[in-house]
Design a protein around this ligand. Structure first.
Ligand code: NAD
Length: 323
């Protein structure tokens, strides 16, 4: 018998996995977490979460066959994987297979457990090629077909692994949801993501009295979604018993902004006395990415979102004494 309140989160020490675990513990779920801590943090906040009797943590590498026996689990949130452009560029081949083998091992463990629902965290980057090839209308709907080109650069390892993850899951016998998050941001995400990275670079430049901060891909636009809004979408979609074998964008389509405008906003909000300068375009970076959220909003009925000013301020508050 599956227990509807007993769930597994892979990657639960990471940026999205941790607040998801925290949210579900507050709602009285029993939360099992697997993470190998390759990127997730074993910090005070995570240790505090582990003090709760309803949380079990397994430090485990999902590249190995899973020997843990998960009884009575109803939902598996599969977030573990290699992420981040710099990280992927350093080890494209290894990252690709980390994402593929991790999912295969999870599916093999769950095979024939038809009552379990697996929620795969894919990415908005699966749309990269259709954006580059100008084969898509903005905002981007989930119903678009994705595309794979003949040539490849290292960074592509990420979205290629996610496209294959989606297909592997669709070919399995499991109930699933595929979520495609779009530029989620907030506290505890590390400095390799755009918003904390900009905050860090601006603070450091201020400290060193340097004159200019380079903004890469300055005209490229992204739609940013604050972490709390993303968690609410994830939870509402995942526990909706009517939703099975579907794909959903996760994000906020009303907060689209160019990198240079974003940098100016951060500069203004925190009164940084620095100059910004347009930098070069990052290789492989799509010029625009904004999700069509109609399908997600229809099923979640979410109406209120955190605006960018509020979200950035909350993020900055968490980061300010860590920079
Ligand atoms: N943050 C975003 O805006 C965003 C956007 C699109 C997609 N996603 C997807 O959401 C998921 C979570 O992203 P995140 O930002 O929280 O990333 P993250 O790096 O903070 O979390 C991933 C976690 O997985 C763990 N991990 C990696 N390989 C593992 C392995 N072999 N075994 C066990 N644990 C392993 C890491 O230690 C880390 O804690 C990822 O799958 C990512 O592709 C995130």
């Amino acid at each position: 018998m599956v227990n509807k309140k007993n769930i597994l989160i892979t990657g639960g020490a990471g940026f999205i996995g941790f607040p998801l675990a925290k949210y579900l513990v507050r709602k009285n779920y029993k939360v099992n977490i697997i993470d190998n801590l390759s990127r997730g943090k074993f910090d005070k906040e995570f240790k505090d979460l582990l003090k709760n009797k309803n949380v079990k943590f397994y430090r485990y590498d999902l590249n190995k066959k899973i020997k843990i026996n998960f009884k009575n689990i109803s939902h598996v949130f599969h977030l573990a994987g290699s992420v981040g452009v710099k990280n992927i560029n350093k080890n494209a081949y290894g990252s690709f297979f980390n994402n593929i083998i991790s999912l295969k091992n999870i599916i093999d463990t769950l095979q024939n457990k038809k009552k379990i629902k697996i929620i795969l965290f894919s990415t908005s980057e699966v749309y990269s090629t259709i954006i580059q090839e100008k084969k898509v209308k903005f905002p981007i709907k989930e119903s678009n077909n994705v595309l794979i080109k003949n040539d490849v650069i290292k960074r592509d390892a990420y979205f290629l692994s996610k496209i294959f993850n989606e297909k592997i899951l669709q070919l399995s016998n499991l109930n699933y949801l595929i979520l495609r998050p779009h530029n989620i941001y907030g506290p505890r995400m590390g400095f390799s993501h755009v918003i904390p990275e900009l905050m860090q670079r601006m603070t450091n430049f201020k400290k060193k009295q340097s004159k200019k901060v380079l903004i890469f891909s300055p005209r490229h636009k992204r739609a940013f979604c604050y972490i709390d809004d993303a968690i609410l979408q994830i939870v509402k979609l995942s526990f909706n018993t009517k939703l099975k074998n579907e794909i959903f964008n996760v994000g906020n389509m009303s907060e689209e902004i160019s990198m240079i405008k974003l940098a100016n906003k951060i500069k203004r909000l925190f009164s940084y006395k620095i100059n910004l300068k347009n930098g070069e375009i990052t290789q492989g970076s799509p010029h625009r990415r904004v999700p069509d959220m109609k399908k997600t909003l229809k099923f979640t009925k979410i109406k209120k979102f955190t605006n960018l000013n509020q979200g950035i301020s909350k993020t900055f508050k968490w980061y300010q004494n860590k920079i």
